[in-house]
Ligand binder design. Structure first.
Ligand SMILES: Cc1cc2nc3c(=O)[nH]c(=O)nc-3n(C[C@H](O)[C@H](O)[C@H](O)COP(=O)(O)OP(=O)(O)OC[C@H]3O[C@@H](n4cnc5c(N)ncnc54)[C@H](O)[C@@H]3O)c2cc1C
Length: 455
């Protein structure tokens, strides 16, 4: 499978236009420039051609066309892969983002999301019926891209990961065939896609279990940075005993030029319990801003959108720590004092509750345990700052190894390579690799956190 250096020939383009019934963009089209760009502005790649399926048939024909001609293909959903896995030079980009419908069945408490839906659409549609499931905390992230890698979010403590709520999926495999997968159909693929990323096919729809959620209690509170040590220690102590209903993140960031420390919370249980649980996270000194209260779930699901605008340059290092020792906290706070830009931040996510208790062999997601993901996220606009920003993130990640920092969530990996992917899957990697050999031995789907086919 080759990435093609030159464009498609006129004949090939004609053939493609005959089999597809959807927009096809080449570098000559004005829209091509806009669609090839993904969330991370640092990624600047030029696909050979961009196809934008509007039906399952288009997805099938795109895969068959690329396979038959030895053209590499990458798949773009919400475009949030920090490493830009959804766009590749010289490949056919199959941009599934026009397939973005979400249909809710309120009676059955399920939702069917098309392959290119975002969490913004998913949450708004579900909320019309007072229902929700675990999803990503930034509304422009793709439902499928996130769920296929696991899916952590505010409801993970009570309802598990996004992938734990998948009932069934439809996908187009590497042979260009459309398959249904569930607990009773293609069971091995059903296991693999719940954590195994886009390695096994292009998912055209995911069916989710929904849960009743009339409202939540949560929001963000901000403190001046000099209180960061106290805030993070208290955060650590409280999260040790957090109820499943409460998920809490902490962050060190800069707001309007002022270095800040923040707590972001979401409690999905009864209102009075939520209010009391969130109040515990306040320090005795009042916050400079307290935006915590009773909210619609979609308010919580969009409240952080402003902090990661598309188009800035980003780099992630997100190691896990099983414990937040005083020394680890001190190190994080010290590095935050030297943040390379005002757009940069460090976010600490507490993974716990049902998400950590599902048996590790039940789905492909590899890291079922209580831990903290330390998301070191430099961001910048001036390309000349790249080295400084990336170096800062790598130095902090490496400083945290002395406190036991190890593997990372597969959806937060950059270009760390096969050993990091293997570590993310832990005990599940060997089975995933065998299934990759069974379903995609030529590694057609390789623009992802790649699981190399066994043998
Ligand atoms: C700002 C930001 C916030 C995030 N927040 C969270 C969060 O709260 N929780 C969390 O768990 N993760 C989060 N993530 C990580 C996110 O889950 C991954 O980056 C995810 O892969 C993004 O999916 P996407 O469709 O938006 O991205 P894309 O870049 O389009 O795709 C990412 C990968 O998934 C594949 N893919 C996408 N759609 C499909 C499909 N339909 N079928 C097959 N393969 C597909 C692509 O080929 C690519 O390999 C966040 C990332 C960012 C940048």
């Amino acid at each position: 499978m080759n990435n093609q250096a030159d464009g498609l020939s006129g004949e090939q383009l004609g053939q493609l236009r005959r089999v597809l019934h959807c927009p096809i963009l080449t570098p000559d089209d004005a829209e091509y420039e806009q669609v090839r760009h993904v969330w991370n502005g640092m990624i600047d790649r030029k696909p050979l051609v961009i196809v934008r399926p509007t039906s399952i048939a288009d997805v099938i024909q795109s895969v068959r066309f690329a396979r038959e001609r030895g053209i590499a293909a990458c798949v773009r959903g919400g475009g949030h892969s920090v490493a830009g896995k959804s766009v590749a030079d010289g490949a056919m980009m199959i941009d599934i983002s026009l397939m973005q419908e979400v249909q809710v069945d309120a009676g059955k408490q399920t939702a069917l999301a098309q392959g290119g839906a975002t969490w913004g659409v998913f949450d708004s549609e579900s909320e019309k019926f007072g229902l929700a499931t675990t999803g990503g905390v930034i509304s422009s992230t793709g439902v499928c891209g996130l769920t296929l890698g696991g899916g952590i979010g505010w409801l993970m403590g009570k309802h598990g990961l996004s992938c734990d709520n998948v009932i069934s999926a439809d996908l187009v495999n590497a042979d260009g065939n459309h398959l249904s997968v569930s607990a009773t159909e293609n069971e091995d693929l059903f296991w693999a896609i719940r954590g195994g990323g886009g390695n096994f096919g292009i998912v055209t729809a995911l069916e989710f279990r929904l849960h009743e959620l009339p409202s939540v209690h949560g929001g963000v509170m901000l403190y001046p940075r000099p209180l960061a040590l106290d805030l993070l220690r208290q955060y650590r102590d409280l999260t040790l005993n957090a109820p499943d209903e409460l998920t809490a993140y902490a962050a060190l960031l800069v707001g309007h030029g002022h270095p800040m420390a923040a707590i972001a919370l979401c409690h999905s249980g009864p209102e009075d319990e939520g209010a009391a649980a969130c109040k515990q996270y306040q320090l005795s000194t009042p916050p400079v801003a307290d935006m915590v209260g009773k909210k619609r779930y979609t308010e919580i699901q969009t409240m952080l959108d402003f902090s990661v605008p598309a188009g800035q340059h980003y780099y992630f290092k997100c190691p896990f720590l099983r414990e937040l020792s005083d020394e680890a906290i001190q190190t994080i706070v010290d590095f935050a004092e030297r943040m390379p830009t005002e757009q940069s931040q460090v976010v600490i996510e507490h993974m716990h509750g049902v998400a950590s208790r599902v048996p590790v062999a039940e789905t492909a997601f590899g890291l079922r345990r209580v831990h903290y993901s330390i998301n070191i996220m430099p961001a910048w606009s001036d390309p000349s700052l790249a080295e400084k920003c990336i170096g800062w993130a790598q130095d902090l990640a490496s400083a945290l190894t002395s406190f036991g920092a190890s593997d990372a969530y597969v959806n937060y990996l950059g270009d760390e390579g096969p050993s990091a992917v293997k570590a993310s899957y832990g005990a599940n990697h060997a089975r995933l690799s065998s299934l990759k050999q069974k379903y995609d031995p030529d590694n057609f789907f390789r623009f992802n956190q790649n699981i190399v086919p066994a043998g």
